[in-house]
Design a protein. Sequence first.
Length: 90
Amino acid sequence: MIVSISARLQRVIKKLDKSEKKALDASLHLIIAQPKIGFLKTGDLAGTRVYKYNFNRQSMLLAYVLSLDEKHLVLIGYGSHENFYRDLKR
């Protein structure tokens, strides 16, 4: 599976500390193993999947788009629930 990261997400990941990067990496491995593990969104975010996990007692969300043949995965967003979906629409 080919995994791509959006430019906006690369800037966010660059600022994370080691423990948060480790948790993000672990969740990414889960997504690669089971691409349909995230919840499929509708409406403005149709086609986007969001995987939710806990880090330091805070709910973190990782948004991604999966190609139709399930061979290409594009990570497009990461963050806590606060303003996550508003920022994702941009």
